[in-house]
Design a protein. Structure first.
Ligand SMILES: Nc1ncnc2c1ncn2[C@@H]1O[C@H](COP(=O)(O)OP(=O)(O)OP(=O)(O)O)[C@@H](O)[C@H]1O
Length: 268
């Protein structure tokens, strides 16, 4: 039940964040932050620790309340949508720390992603067992196809917790895809991966964008990956937008270089 791009306003940005403020008591974590992401783009979100990147993801997925500004998905304001409904609108997310169910199989973990969207109830399963079985079978088929695409078929029946870290990371992407998202938010997906795993992971993300037509926003500290993978990069610093542009533009931006070296233009 992801938002229909055409019905929702055609070719405008998939995600539009305007002048968003977030406060945690006395901490002003986001100060008038804006971000616009177009269909099919891979947009990188970078910035030093504490810049507000994860807080922005939390605001988009409604885990953090926005105190000012607007967040729109395909033109529709989502600032008041309950967090549990966000995935049904077409926003899927992975977290910095793996959010997997280690005792469940890989297939079961991935099917959970689909169930978040399709719902279904205990009563419905009792009253319409045939329909429920058919729906389950369709979900399983779709999830097995995603596992196949992400080279995870061979571990579909294994307990997720027993797998290498890089495989678990891939499984998280598979689970997010099972919800058929319009936009995928990846929070430090390459964290903890080895050099060669990072390269493989980058190829996977690129493939996922191409095959699923999904728009991707990626928070990442691994600069090599960000520069290779992203069409556009948005730089945050101290809760504000610092710079925006292509990887080449951002890499050459003196304000960005200063922020990463610990000086800002304001206090240099
Ligand atoms: N739930 C919270 N309560 C209080 N302060 C918070 C909370 N979440 C984030 N903050 C603060 O908001 C600021 C931005 O944090 P955030 O985690 O968004 O930064 P980040 O750019 O994602 O950093 P990192 O790259 O280290 O993950 C920090 O000062 C952080 O301590």
């Amino acid at each position: 039940m992801a938002v229909d791009l055409q019905a929702a306003g055609g070719n405008g940005p998939v995600l539009s964040v305007e002048n968003v403020d977030v406060r945690f008591g006395g901490i002003h974590a986001l100060k008038g932050v804006s971000l616009s992401v177009n269909t099919g783009e891979i947009c990188g979100l970078i910035g030093p620790n504490g810049a507000g990147k994860t807080t922005l993801f939390n605001s988009i997925t409604r885990l953090s309340a926005v105190t000012a500004g607007s967040i729109r998905l395909c033109g529709r304001g989502i600032e008041t949508v309950p967090a549990r409904q966000i995935i049904r609108l077409g926003i899927a997310r992975t977290f910095q720390n793996l959010g997997i169910y280690g005792g469940m199989t890989v297939l079961e973990n991935v099917m959970l992603g689909a169930h978040h969207v399709t719902g279904g109830s205990f009563l419905g399963a009792i009253l319409r067992p045939g329909l429920t079985r058919r729906r389950e079978s369709e979900i399983e088929q779709n999830c097995r196809a995603i596992l196949d695409e992400l080279d995870l078929s061979g571990v579909a029946e294994e307990a997720a917790g027993s797998l290498p870290y890089a495989t678990q990371k891939r499984m998280e992407i598979a689970r997010a895809l099972a919800s058929r998202p319009t936009i995928l938010l990846l929070d430090e997906p390459a964290g903890g991966l080895t050099h060669s795993e990072v390269a493989e992971f980058g190829e996977l993300v690129s493939r996922v964008r191409d095959h699923h037509g999904v728009t991707i926003v990626l928070i990442e500290h691994h600069m090599g990956l960000v520069m290779r993978l992203c069409d556009r990069i948005e730089v945050f610093h101290l809760g504000r937008n610092l710079a925006s542009g292509t990887p080449a533009e951002v890499r050459a931006n003196p304000a960005v270089i200063d922020a990463y070296l610990g000086r800002t233009r304001d206090n240099a």
